[in-house]
Write a protein that binds this ligand. Sequence first.
Ligand code: C6P
Length: 408
Amino acid sequence: MLNIQDIRRQFPILSREINGKPLIYLDNAATSQKPQSVIETEGKYYHTLNANVHRGIHTLSQLATEEMELARKKVQKFINAEHDYEVIFTKGTTESINLITYALSNSGTLKEGDEIIISYLEHHSNIVPWQMLCERTGAKLKVIPINGEGTLDLEYLEKSLTEKTKIVSFNYVSNALGIVNPVEEMISLIRKNSAAWIVIDGAQAVPHFKVDVQKMDCDFFVFSGHKMYAPTGTGVLYGKEKILEIMHPFHGGGEMIETCSFDKTTYAGLPFKFEAGTPNIAGNIGLGAAVDFMNAIGHENLQLHENALLEHAQKKLLEIGNLKIYGECALRTGVVSFNLENAGISSDVGMILDKLGIAVRTGHHCTQPLMNFFGIAGTVRASFAVYNTLEEVDILVEGVKKAQRMLS
Ligand code: C6P
């Protein structure tokens, strides 16, 4: 059993007040709070280690390099990648997906008429870069529809897969609804029916449950550090070695070359080919500390606690009445997304909750196509992390009742 109060004490920000009330932070899908260990690890780097990596013969540079490469190994184990050089540090999920799309067009991998499949559940980060890639190459975008509950139409996916399908990219967990997609089933369907490369957006998965990229058998897996207790400006692109090897770089510059001359430049090996310029050294080392933090808690403990929060929130919110939860009956994690019927718009509810010290996200959650599917402008989204409590959920529910009284 987790001692949630012990965990809460590790997060300095949780003791602050907002609008004269104790902070209740339920916007973890946007970014999680950071534990003392992560904050101190970043600080320690600046206090004792600050130097550029992979460049210096001097001691500090070597120590900084060792720490950052240790963090890479921690991430490798965290997602069970086969090799540490399959882990590329980026500044987040958005950059990871853009890296893939630009590397693909730089490599000439896609041509006119090729097809890319995404889904209705995607965050804009997993839509717009693919649209831009289609514009650059003449490839065509297909979108897996959803049913009324928000789950994906796998029959459509199966029928859409052809020899023209070059990429299928979808999220593991929807940020707007918290729906967990049947990733392993989808991957085996894709493998049976096409030779497409499979990209998984794991931004909302890694904060909540154990991910194993080898077992999953995806080609790419991307996520952000800042949603899993790590510093902002950190993220990861995992790719299978054999695919990363044939892909051209995204950014050109220092660190990503083997030799450079005006006639010809050759590229460095993995992962450096994709890490041009000085990386976010402190942040990446902090990401390693966040992995340690999550390992110390244990994925099973974390999942049990967060599922209890979600179940409690769903039950109590539905008891209010005249409230719709999106994706209510689907398998979900970490998120409850709802609207009050006939009681203002989501941002009205969010503002009332803020006055009570409760932070939730409102609006379209960067998933406008999904909101359009439901015919709404947005939802109120409460999203959980390991430090949230059942008492906080009860206060949220009282706040929503208050909003309903004020806005009806
Ligand atoms: N979703 C949310 O409030 P970045 O911004 O690059 O770290 O992550 C983008 C992203 C991509 N995919 C999914 C599934 C996501 O949830 C996010 C970020 C936040 O839902 C901020 S919009």
